[in-house]
Design a protein around this ligand. Structure first.
Ligand SMILES: [Ca+2]
Ligand SMILES: [Ca+2]
Ligand SMILES: [Ca+2]
Length: 258
């Protein structure tokens, strides 16, 4: 009887904490595509990317109307049943026919095989989908997205207590085509719990030479916007330019560690 009660409590907590995902998660998913600029005949035609226009949209229904992409992080919610912090956002999906110029061509796992690989993750943090047997918790872990029966992939993110309450958590991904037709994406990160330091582009809680190289890579890049997460936050003030103002933000945190 007691085990049934525990199961009911656990199930209730799962739906309570994961509910916002089922209610609205489709808008939160990263859309996998190619040809970011949507124009043919430019350098990015064959390069993979994710459209993350709704990244950091708040998944708490109480804040659903807020312009929450003004944050650069997702909150984590405490699950007392398992003494951990978690959120059921964000997942992945494929760019669809509504954006044909940026849609992958052909059949998944036949014409292309898109691998989502974790290249960096905070120690103890986990991205998972229990139903599909997916668990990413260290660099090198990956998902074969093209092998999934449904490309609309849900992921849940978990951090252990107590670090999930206060410590910034993150995961950084790349995409590549295991069949070699498409070129690898740039790294893209997802941040949780708290705002990262301005300039922490190679996200790890500190601003150092790695971040400087990344900043130089994005220097003067066209059209930083929500769709590209302002190029890993290189456009620190979100004004649509990566310039000396952003470099001033970057410099103010030089060699700082959270
Ligand atoms: Ca192009
Ligand atoms: Ca860094
Ligand atoms: Ca800027």
């Amino acid at each position: 009887m007691k085990s049934h009660l525990n199961f009911i409590i656990a199930a209730a907590m799962f739906f309570l904490l994961s509910g916002p995902c089922f209610a609205a998660c489709s808008l939160d998913h990263f859309l996998i595509g190619c040809n970011r600029d949507g124009l043919f005949g430019t350098d990015d035609d064959n390069i993979l990317f994710v459209d993350c226009s709704d990244k950091y949209r708040h998944s708490d229904p109480a804040h659903s109307a807020d312009p929450t992409w003004l944050n650069w992080f997702y909150p984590l919610y405490y699950n007392p049943v398992y003494s951990r912090y978690q959120i059921g956002e964000p997942g992945f999906d494929l760019m669809d026919s509504t954006d044909p110029n940026r849609q992958l061509a052909g059949t998944p796992d036949l014409d292309y095989r898109i691998i989502i690989e974790c290249v960096s993750i905070k120690s103890g943090f986990i991205a998972r989908n229990a139903t599909l047997g997916i668990e990413l918790d260290q660099p090198g872990d990956f998902i074969n997205h093209s092998s999934l029966a449904d490309p609309h992939l849900h992921l849940e993110y978990r951090a252990p207590s107590p670090s999930g309450a206060t410590d910034m958590q993150w995961i950084t991904y790349i995409l590549y085509d295991d069949l070699g037709d498409y070129q690898q994406s740039e790294p893209f990160s997802v941040v949780f719990v708290q705002e990262p330091l301005a300039g922490d582009l190679v996200i790890d809680g500190s601003v150092n030479v790695e971040d400087l190289l990344e900043f130089c890579y994005y220097w003067l890049r066209d059209n930083p916007a929500r769709e590209n997460d302002f190029y890993e936050r290189a456009d620190c003030n979100r004004d649509g330019y990566i310039d000396l103002i952003d470099f001033a933000f970057f410099s103010s945190n030089w060699l700082f560690t959270e």
